[in-house]
Design a protein around this ligand. Sequence first.
Ligand SMILES: NC(=O)c1ccc[n+]([C@@H]2O[C@H](COP(=O)([O-])OP(=O)(O)OC[C@H]3O[C@@H](n4cnc5c(N)ncnc54)[C@H](OP(=O)(O)O)[C@@H]3O)[C@@H](O)[C@H]2O)c1
Length: 358
Amino acid sequence: MDLLGILMETFASLSINTIKTALIWLLRAAWIAGILPVLIASLPSPRLNSFHTLLLGFAKRGKIMSSSSNRFTVPQSFFLHFYLLGVVWTTILLMGIWYFAYEVAPLGSESLSYVAAVNHLTGGSHVFSLHKSRFTTAKDRFNVWKSVFLLLLMEIHVLRRLYESFHVFNYSPSARMHIFGYLTGIYFYAAAPLSLCTFCALEAFNFAADQVAEFKAEGQEMLSIMDFDLWGYVKPITRLGWCQWAGAAIFAWGWFHQFCCHAILGSLRERGDQTAVYVIPHGDWFEIVSSPHYLAEMIIYAGLLVASGGTDFTIWLLLGFVVANLSFAAAETHRWYLQKFEDYPHKRPICSDHWWNC
Ligand SMILES: NC(=O)c1ccc[n+]([C@@H]2O[C@H](COP(=O)([O-])OP(=O)(O)OC[C@H]3O[C@@H](n4cnc5c(N)ncnc54)[C@H](OP(=O)(O)O)[C@@H]3O)[C@@H](O)[C@H]2O)c1
């Protein structure tokens, strides 16, 4: 490699690291900016009452939002947009990083297909040696596959939520949410999948861009290495550690119960019923808490955190945001049930058991 090549690689490597650091801190700053107001508004001080009311005005939706004013609101059914965005964006990230992981970060001993692919593709170019040099340690390669795993779980979550938006929930036409809540939701489904893969998202993006450029240059010749090796894509996932599988089990537990609770909520009205009639939900976790679907969402993200190994502060903040945001909504929902129904089971806590009353 000549001096110019080395310099260019160093520059490219520096700039990608700088962009990566900026991206990570931007995401963290945004999660903190979402968590702090909720924490402050939840402090038990009468001086913060007006701040609490202000924040509630932004966060309210559906049954807990007064229908007196529709200013700055959108239909609550616009939740669908969150999951459309979530599915498209998570799929793009998942496909890109999975392909990147397969080509650049084999788990275990360097696989023959990997060496063959690199030899075939480099052909004297610096592109692959650059990507290769970034993920040389076993730990780095493991972390790339861990990102694939986290995105797979996220994909499973957003796909179900998209399905439920069409086929399970039956939003009443009068249910609204504040435009601020809507924009927060859009931000959430752009930032959450990205927060799960900051470790290698930029490198995977760069790699994909290089691949497209090579494909344009070499066209047909490249097709030979694109023969799909399904087991090669799946096998490294089976080699992940106990932490990932424990996280997946927690995720599955929350995922399943959220599915059950959403089915219960969706069945409270006849399909096509346009009225906003509310009743006391029963069954599954509704017997123990007021907003089990919010509790299940927290468990889902706790599962993602455990699956990540708990070493990435950005994923801690992501969970912090989900817990803060949904605890706030759950507390309001609980108050609403108590006011609306005289026979509401008073023993039902807000969104978790007594030891964790949000
Ligand atoms: N990750 C996050 O930060 C985040 C943030 C927000 C929401 N979420 C998730 O998104 C999911 C939906 O949240 P959401 O706030 O839209 O839930 P929601 O307000 O409970 O509403 C869900 C659906 O159930 C209906 N419903 C709720 N309570 C009812 C009752 N007592 N009687 C009859 N129908 C009832 C609602 O009717 P109406 O159409 O009349 O309101 C709506 O169609 C939750 O699982 C939540 O965890 C996640």
